[in-house]
Design a protein around this ligand. Sequence first.
Ligand SMILES: [Zn+2]
Length: 232
Amino acid sequence: MWYFLNFLLGIILGSFLNVIIYRSVEGIKIYDPPRSFCPICKHQLKWYDNVPLLSYLLLRGKCRYCGSKIPFRYFFVECIVGVLFLIHSILFNYTEAILLNIIVFAIIPAIFIDFSIMMIPDFSWILIWTVSIIDLLLRYELWYLKTLSLITIMIIFLVIKKIYKEGLGEGDIYLIAPFSFLLIPPLSIYLLLFSSISALIYAIIKKNKIIPFGPFISISGYFLYFFMLKYY
Ligand SMILES: [Zn+2]
């Protein structure tokens, strides 16, 4: 029952994140208009068009009113948040699961919005800082390692930023700072390594010099924190 409730909470929050992602990318206010609508025909959606996972499946990925395709992203985000919340509730204790859930809630919109419009929403880095502070209170004896980690990563990051002026956006530093304080060495060094390497591979595949760095910091940071909670 506890696991199922976590999954349910995950798909509901995933559904809400879809709204945040869509409205941020389109530049629409999050709460105005209050009801969801179809982006193509603008028809207001009924509650039964908005049931996480089920509506997408029952409507076979099409709008009930105009038949246009609903992006697969809607289903994917609800599914991934639900599954991750479920995994956290199985593998971790209550507090750890909540901390990991908050990270997922913060990074999913950061990943999708940064890929679309190269911007990271403020609430994402604020939430990761919140988790970092709570984690510090839970393992206060590690404060010096966390501080060392934050200072080291910031220095390295600022040096890289000076060398590749156009390569790194302003938003990246907002994301990497709370993650460096959340993780302890050597995990914070891995954060820098994993995110740079994956971003580089992505840049080579895409043949694009300017790529969003936020998604790679987010994904690396999440997995490393997952690992840290499990094994440290
Ligand atoms: Zn429609």
